[in-house]
Design a protein around this ligand. Structure first.
Ligand SMILES: Cc1cc2nc3c(=O)[nH]c(=O)nc-3n(C[C@H](O)[C@H](O)[C@H](O)COP(=O)(O)OP(=O)(O)OC[C@H]3O[C@@H](n4cnc5c(N)ncnc54)[C@H](O)[C@@H]3O)c2cc1C
Length: 462
């Protein structure tokens, strides 16, 4: 049974995996092209345009605005927060202390709303990390507006204009049609390196040998019900219900308030940066959700009713933009400190195997821990551009380094640092790599970031 499920998985993923290999170097057949030419209104001008409103983008926009820059933030969905809100991942990982003033304000406001709790409510030493993601979405939008960030929701980045490495405008598509945003500095916080890819700047994707990315996951939520009959049934002939525990893929069950659970389901081997790969992943994820829910309901007899599923599958790794420095896993293992260190990572190497549905890691579990390490400003500056910074999941790192640094606390730190560097560039009328990193670091520290590297705070290990 195990073998047939694995071969099924391979079959389901074959097309997207092949696409990943193609983009990693093999010759793919070229489609026919169509040329188009249109005049697009420059509807917005700002000092800094932040593309993507996840925790990295919100932190970048808030930090740049605090430095006095005019900032516009573009987000394709109805709310900001990305993986943490739209994706339903309602938990902060890494050290929440000393991330910086933007994250401090988020934590403080979540507490005021009584919308954040300890991971293990009965253990006073367990970190305060589990939050209400609908409340987080509202807090993030209000923080952006309070800092006078111009917010464009339901607006997707569609293209960029580049001249000699300088991005002059980005083209966005919202309900008003195609419009251009002109800015002096751009920050790619799309998680997938969309700005860099559209600009033709170098990116890396996935595992070196075949481009396979860290697996995606789907978050779905169940309510506990008295009458088991209320649960949705999987009709005969639909999909391939899981019938025994050893057939289960990696499934994590989290508390989600009274009489409710959040369930995280691993979906490996799809390319999150290809239209067809992402479509195939979403289809597979929703099928698997029902197949697995059927097991919990019919075999384990859990009184679970499907409440809702996140509208998007959540992506751990899209494209990593090649920066002036590529942060490597060996830097993490050494707890490396950089002259231009502007952010800090405090989480373990959370790297699940890329081609296996089960709970397995790319490294033996005794090799997953790393001490706190710094993230240099150079890894937040796109190598091939003059005015493109990046933060969050698409910063410049190898796959294993990303598996640690992608979490929300370091994502917020990177965003804050990128926002500060972009605003400093605007003020000094120079490009980010011409700024004195010591000056960026000084502001980062003044804003409450802790860049100390030493013994790991044990409570943040798995
Ligand atoms: C399954 C899973 C579980 C995780 N668990 C945890 C956890 O427990 N704790 C933790 O701290 N971290 C966890 N992480 C990691 C962490 O949550 C994310 O990596 C982090 O939140 C990413 O932040 P980000 O801003 O870089 O990217 P994202 O949150 O992905 O934000 C990117 C934003 O850009 C927008 N966007 C993308 N493309 C475009 C475009 N073309 N135009 C306009 N907007 C665009 C997206 O809609 C999104 O809002 C998890 C990640 C996954 C996938």
């Amino acid at each position: 049974m195990k073998t047939s499920r694995r071969s099924l998985l391979k079959k389901a993923a074959a097309a997207p995996a092949a696409a990943a290999v193609g983009s990693a170097g093999a010759m793919a057949p070229q489609p026919p092209y169509v040329a188009w030419n249109r005049r697009v209104p420059v509807r917005y001008e700002a000092d800094i345009a932040v593309l993507g409103g996840g925790i990295a983008g919100v932190s970048a926009a808030c930090a740049a605005a605090r430095s006095g820059a005019s900032v516009i933030l573009v987000e394709r969905f109805a709310i900001t927060g990305g993986v943490l809100t739209t994706g339903g991942v309602a938990n902060f990982c890494g050290d929440p202390d000393g991330v910086g003033e933007v994250f401090d304000a988020i934590l403080r406001t979540l507490r005021e709303f009584k919308a954040i709790h300890r991971r293990k409510p009965e253990d006073p030493n367990s970190p305060e990390s589990v939050f209400h993601y609908e409340i987080l979405a509202i807090i993030l939008q209000e923080m952006l507006l309070q800092r006078k960030v111009k917010l464009l929701l339901h607006t997707r980045l569609a293209d960029v204009n580049v001249s000699k490495g300088v991005i002059t405008e980005c083209l966005v598509a919202g309900k008003s049609g195609l419009e251009a945003i002109r800015a002096r500095q751009f920050i790619d916080c799309t998680g997938d390196g969309d700005v860099a890819r559209l600009a033709g700047f170098a990116t890396h994707k996935g595992r070196v040998k075949d481009g396979l990315q860290l697996p995606m996951s789907l978050m779905y939520f169940v309510r506990h019900v008295e009458e088991r009959d209320a649960a949705v049934q999987l009709p005969a002939g639909w999909f391939q219900p899981v019938r025994a525990k050893d057939e289960l893929p990696m499934v994590s069950i989290w508390p989600d308030g009274p009489r409710s659970n959040a369930i995280k389901l691993k979906i490996p081997m799809f390319d999150s940066t290809s239209t067809e790969g992402l479509t195939a992943a979403e289809i597979r994820a929703r099928r698997r959700m029902l197949e697995i829910l059927h097991y919990f309901q019919a075999v384990e007899k859990r009184p679970w009713l499907l409440d809702h599923c996140s509208p998007i599958i959540v992506i751990r790794e899209g494209c990593r933009i090649v920066g002036d420095y590529i942060l490597k896993v060996d830097d993490l293992r050494a707890g490396r400190v950089f002259d231009d260190g502007v952010a800090r990572g405090t989480f373990y190497l959370d790297a699940h195997t890329v081609d296996e549905e089960k709970r397995t890691y790319l490294l033996p579990t005794d090799q997953l821990k790393v001490p706190p390490y710094q993230i240099p400003l150079r890894s937040l500056i796109a190598r091939d551009g003059k005015n493109l910074l990046m933060a969050g999941r698409c910063f410049s790192a190898d796959q294993l380094a990303l598996s640690s640094a992608r979490v929300s606390t370091s994502g917020s730190m990177m965003g804050q640092a990128a926002g500060i560097a972009a605003a400093l560039s605007v003020k000094k009328k120079c490009q980010p790599r011409e700024c004195d990193p010591a000056e960026v670091k000084k502001i980062v520290l003044e804003r409450g970031a802790n860049l100390a590297c030493g013994e790991p705070p044990k409570r943040f290990w798995p």
